[in-house]
Ligand binder design. Structure first.
Ligand code: PLP
Length: 486
């Protein structure tokens, strides 16, 4: 009997959605893949490589790099995952502080359990706590109905880009350099990225002149610019915006009628300047100048449990606050959230702890805040150590970091390295990063994955790796590559 079959569309990838082919995500690109291969090789044949471990400085993934989860978070989650523990008072009271038990009970009662879908916008109690946190942080009101709990910050970004890009000529202003989630999402949803450049010489600052130049250039090319993204504190730059800069930026958004997307996932990772939220500045402008149409500026503010001192990347918790969004558009944001059903409930519970940590007098208060302080200090120490190692390297110039988890130095490659890369069809910074990985096991990323000006080269590295030993290998490996091409 002849078997009848027809080949499906996977036989011919060109027939698939080409937007997916176009999307690039350097953070998990070829260098990360190669690092995993080398890790597997080390496990099988420990002596086969010139190094003994892989240092993943390519991604802001703190627990992977040895950062310890905060005790209170894991105690509450443990009880929520296995509520039978709560029933057994004898055991539970020996192992868990009373405030962790109380929080777990409260969250379980509110939701019907960690294994149940929550409402699409997120658990109401958690949204109420997020709104209170924002009010205390900014000194202006926040409405729980304007909070969406999300699957990390990523879902918030994807939802907004999905909603805003309706035609191929629609565009969004993105900072260069940027976090590649943005360019990847623009590619996926078929919109146009309109780049505005951050000024490296002034610590990667944003200028309104540059924003307007980029807006005018994009518009002149026929792009309808709908929104502008700011990452503050910056990934990959580590820069921080002050209140005046944010006010100027909001003025730009108002004049040009563009929606502001403020990615503030690193708001707790600041080292010398205080963090100022876009929401606070917009609320102040609205209050002080009620007739100046500040309420026409729509703002999407994004936060996450993946960063700060929690580092709970794998739990996928986050939130966005939407400000000045007309009802009809709000309903469509709600619909997008409901199509995703709901964010992981465990992630939502962590959001609750992020915004409502144990308070003074609670049994877990001292330990929680000590752990937060220790992680913060440790990260800052690692940041200084890496900055000083990079500053000692030949051909490297690194701006002073102000926040986030990354350094993004410029590298002035010898001509021979640039020519060798071009001959191989690679970017010079890609070639450099690959050679560094192969010779030292240190995985960093090329600036080309984040965007940079033509003929400029950068590398992006996290400062999450602990200790100074790896920095010695880093400096030596760097010098060797440079000497090879000098
Ligand atoms: C600026 C920025 N936004 C968003 C994200 C995504 O984070 P999440 O794990 O919350 O999805 C990251 C992750 O590194 C980031 O750096």
């Amino acid at each position: 009997m002849t078997v009848v079959y027809k080949l499906n569309v996977f036989k011919d990838p060109e027939q698939l959605n080409q937007n997916v082919f176009a999307a690039q995500y350097a953070v998990r690109g070829p260098l990360a893949v190669r690092a995993e291969e080398l890790r597997a090789q080390l496990k099988e044949k420990p002596d086969s490589l010139p190094f003994t471990e892989i240092i993943n400085a390519n991604i802001g993934n703190p627990h992977q790099m040895g950062q310890i989860p905060l005790t209170f978070i894991r105690q509450v989650l443990a009880l929520c995952q296995y509520p039978a523990l709560i029933e057994n008072a004898e055991i539970t009271q020996k192992l868990f502080p009373s405030d962790a038990i109380a929080r777990a009970k409260e969250l379980l009662e509110e939701t019907g359990g960690i294994g149940a879908y929550s409402s699409s916008q997120g658990v109401p109690l958690v949204r109420r706590d997020v709104a209170r946190f924002i009010e205390e942080r900014d000194g202006f009101p926040s409405d729980p109905n304007h909070i969406f709990l999300t699957t990390g910050a990523t879902q918030a970004v994807r939802m907004m880009i999905n909603l805003l890009i309706a035609r191929p000529y629609h565009g969004i202003l993105l900072p260069i350099p940027q976090y590649p989630l943005y360019t990847a999402s623009m590619a996926l949803y078929g919109g146009r990225t309109v780049p505005y450049y951050l000024n490296e010489e002034t610590n990667w600052s944003v200028s309104v002149e540059e924003l307007q130049r980029a807006y005018d250039a994009g518009t002149a090319e026929g792009t309808e610019i709908r929104a502008v993204v700011f990452i503050n504190p910056g990934n990959p730059t580590g820069s921080c915006l002050n209140e005046k800069a944010i006010e100027d930026i909001l003025g730009f958004a108002k004049r040009n009628g563009v929606i502001v997307i403020a990615d503030e996932v690193y708001q707790a990772n600041v080292y010398d300047l205080p963090f100022v939220s876009f929401k606070k500045v917009l609320s102040r402008l609205q209050t002080e100048n009620p007739n100046d149409a500040w309420d026409k500026v729509s703002l999407i503010s994004i936060h996450s449990v993946s960063k700060g001192q929690l580092g709970e990347c794998g739990q996928r918790g986050g939130y966005m606050e939407v400000t000045n969004i007309p009802e009809a558009a709000f309903k469509q944001i709600y619909k997008l959230a409901s199509i995703d059903v709901c964010p992981p409930v465990a992630g939502q519970f962590i959001v609750d702890i992020l915004v409502r940590p144990p308070k003074l007098g609670d049994p877990s208060h001292d330990l929680y805040h000590k752990q937060i302080k220790d992680v913060h200090e440790q990260l800052f120490k690692q940041c200084r150590q890496l900055h000083s190692a990079l500053s000692s390297m030949k051909y490297v110039k690194c701006q002073e970091p102000r926040g986030a988890m990354y350094l993004h130095p410029r590298i002035f490659f010898p001509k021979k390295l640039i020519e060798t890369a071009k001959a191989q069809g690679a970017e010079p910074d890609e070639l450099y990063c690959m050679e560094l990985l192969e010779s030292t096991g240190i995985c960093i990323l090329p600036g080309s994955g984040f965007g940079q000006k033509e003929n400029e080269f950068h590398i992006r590295t996290t400062f999450l790796a602990q200790g100074e030993e790896y920095l010695k290998h880093y400096v030596a490996g760097h010098n060797k590559i440079m000497e090879k091409y000098e």
